[in-house]
Design a protein around this ligand. Structure first.
Ligand code: ATP
Length: 276
């Protein structure tokens, strides 16, 4: 379980995070969605005890991240944005060293269990430097799982990966969800938030501007979008249903597109800006 109360972080004049109030239930996959600089990594850093909040409080499994950092560290694992594996070592060696460092009981059994989950058993003794981006990312997630965390933080787990590889990572995360792990994932990919997360919080300039299930958020702005170009002018309208969309489309002449709305449209509606 994750809870924040008025969580705020200033870096000199920059307000990286402002008054974040959030509750993530045990076993939930919760997504923090927002553009670059929205405050996603700052949130993860505070929740994982790597940064101190300027104000407010945060709790993981009931432990205070500021006054009980060791207790917090015992229940969590973090998968950072950058791939900080030792690329001159094999996959197996990477897990072994980390596992010894964290005194993981029954380490060898756990290693093979994890390599199985990540579908990397055949590659266990290959050097990480020859792994694809997707395989490296999977190994990074496996390393985070070594200590059997109750709460897992994934910071942009599929950044820079092509769509097919991204889907493989999603499958792996869905498998972890089925095991009951609480997962907080940051992303600026709309599809990722929609497919993976039970609930999504939209962050913009350090502020949480909406939080709900992806379906409910999309319903909030209307189910359909009509986009058109008339005499060089671009029109963009959100409407409730298909009939309304068709009626509106008939009024435009050139290049009309009707599509279902998505979280990007929610973001545009709430902020007047594009997400990506
Ligand atoms: P990205 O998707 O690019 O990782 P983000 O949503 O994770 O973005 P943060 O990294 O949390 O955003 O940054 C939020 C704001 O805080 C940004 O304006 C950033 O420049 C600023 N910031 C973050 N870390 C620091 C720091 N150590 N010193 C000064 N400013 C910082």
């Amino acid at each position: 379980m994750i809870r924040t109360e008025g969580l705020t972080k200033y870096y000199r004049q920059v307000t990286a995070l402002a008054d974040l109030n959030l509750e993530v239930a045990t076993g939930e996959v919760f997504g923090l969605l927002g553009p670059n600089g929205a405050g996603k990594t700052t949130t993860i850093k505070i929740l994982t005890t790597l940064a101190k909040p300027s104000a407010g409080r945060a709790f993981i499994q009931g432990y205070d991240v500021v006054s009980q950092p060791l207790a917090v560290k015992r229940c969590i694992a973090v998968c950072p944005q950058e791939i900080n594996l030792d690329k001159e070592l094999t996959a197996y060696e990477n897990l072994l060293i980390y596992g010894k460092l964290y005194r993981v009981p029954d380490l060898k059994k756990r290693l093979w269990e994890l390599l199985e989950i990540g579908e990397l058993v055949d590659r266990a003794h290959d050097l990480v430097k020859i792994f694809s981006g997707g395989q490296q990312r999977r190994l990074l997630i496996l390393r985070a799982l070594l200590s059997r965390p109750q709460v897992l933080f994934l910071d942009e787990p599929t950044v820079g990966l092509d769509p097919q590889i991204r889907r493989q990572i999603w499958e792996m995360i869905q498998q972890l969800h089925q095991q009951g792990i609480t997962i907080m994932v940051t992303t600026h990919y709309i599809e990722e938030a929609e497919k993976l997360c039970g609930r999504v919080g939209i962050l913009n300039r350090g502020r949480l501007i909406a939080v709900d299930t992806p379906t409910a958020l999309v319903q909030l702005v209307g189910g359909y979008v009509v986009e058109s170009h008339d005499n060089g002018r671009r029109h963009y309208d959100l409407v409730r249903d298909k009939n309304e969309a068709y009626a509106l489309a008939q009024r435009h002449h050139d290049d009309v597109t009707i599509r279902q709305s998505n979280l990007e449209d929610v973001f545009i509606q709430l902020t007047g800006e594009r997400l990506q």
